[in-house]
Design a binder for this molecule. Structure first.
Ligand SMILES: *Cc1c(COP(=O)(O)O)cnc(C)c1O
Length: 361
């Protein structure tokens, strides 16, 4: 028997994965360390009981889109909101509609690897821009690249995964101008960690600007298992996404979860505050350790550089799993540490301190 080979342009592409190891302290995938409130789960299950399961879900996702438009702090209508199974499906749909054969997507490395991965899977050529030495995007270099390559989609991740750095409003505006001046592309700002940051590109979204901002329930809403994300963008772009995404892609239970969660916004904000204060505690404590550099973060994780230590393996050996980025260009010796519960963070600090002490002996 011989089975067909996969598409030629996918042959060299390896799948996205984040290594899992079964250890007591897991700080490697930027999930929330806290579950959502039990009252949310009750409300969701109650809503599910009322769903007519023999019928297809609302294809237009009307109630959830209206609710998200209402909770958007900036003026926005339901027609400017698109929901998907995680923001990854939102990104994939954007690329299916605006990328594809003969078109390109621009990313600024190091950044979230799924932007380029999903681009390639959708047959979109990937153009790579490099960040400056402080790991931010240089508006001048980015503008030159946009002028030269005229990408159909430009991705910015802010705060950026895995560096934690938020781009300034001036940088986003500069890239938006470049996209407008040099072609017919669209600027996508991935704000998966937007709630941890002090400003949002959502305030720039309008019907006549090629700007889409994506968000997710996976991080701050403590609902990674539900798979729900959304985009806010121009009505015409959102209509195009809705036209070409698979019909009934968003299940009734996902739609209900998204709606119910919004009734617990205060609890979500409290979790965000706790995580931000733990992030600052962790950053200060790690920053005091010899040989450790901590990058500024506007997210629920920290990028940490530990010169020549092989810290990742040493941590796993002691029951603490973080994400290893040491083989990524520009991120030599770097680890990404998700902020956990106060107990987990304390264990992390003392474990790293112990490793450093023993290495110095
Ligand atoms: C975690 C993350 C997402 C979330 O993807 P979902 O599909 O919504 O779970 C999106 N973008 C970035 C940069 C992330 O880190």
């Amino acid at each position: 028997m011989s089975l067909p080979e996969r598409r030629a342009d996918l042959r060299e592409l390896s799948s996205y994965h984040s290594p899992q190891v079964d250890v007591p302290v897991r700080l490697n995938t930027n999930e929330s360390p806290y579950p959502p409130p039990p009252e949310f789960v009750d409300a969701w299950l109650q809503a599910l009981r009322e769903v007519p399961l023999n019928r297809y879900p609302d294809r237009t996702v009307r109630l959830l889109r209206e609710a998200l438009a209402d909770t958007n702090p900036f003026d926005c209508s339901a027609e400017q909101v698109f929901c998907g199974n995680g923001s990854n499906e939102v990104l994939q749909t954007l690329l299916l509609v605006y990328g594809g054969l003969g078109r390109s997507a621009l990313v600024f490395e190091p950044t979230y690897s799924l932007h380029s991965h999903i681009a390639r899977v959708t047959g979109t050529e990937v153009v790579i821009g490099e960040r400056s030495s402080d790991l931010t995007i240089s508006p001048t270099e980015a503008t030159a690249l946009i002028a030269a390559k005229r990408p159909a989609v430009v991705f910015i991740c802010s705060p950026n995964n895995p560096t934690g750095i938020s781009e300034t409003r001036a940088t986003v505006e500069a890239l938006l101008s470049a996209v407008i001046d040099h072609g017919s592309g669209i600027l996508v700002v991935d704000e998966a960690y937007g709630e941890f940051s002090d400003w949002s590109a959502r305030e720039l979204v309008s019907d006549d600007l090629p700007l889409v901002v994506t968000r997710t329930y996976s991080k701050v809403w403590s609902l990674a298992a539900v798979r729900l994300g959304f985009a806010v963008g121009p009505t015409e772009v959102i209509a195009n996404l809705n036209e070409f995404v698979l019909p009934y892609h968003l299940s009734a239970s996902t739609q209900a979860a998204g709606l119910c969660a919004l009734d617990f916004t205060n609890e979500m904000q409290k979790r965000v505050e706790m995580i931000v204060s733990e992030r600052e505690r962790l950053a200060a404590a790690l920053g005091r350790l010899p040989g450790i550099t901590v990058y500024p973060s506007g997210a629920n994780f920290l990028l940490v550089r530990a010169l020549g230590l092989d810290l990742w393996s040493q941590l796993v050996g002691r029951g603490v799993l973080v994400r290893d980025f040491s083989t990524r260009p520009r991120l030599e010796d770097c680890l990404r540490i998700t902020i956990g519960t106060p107990e987990e963070n304390t264990i992390l600090i003392s474990t790293i301190a112990a490793i450093l002490e023993e290495t110095n002996l």
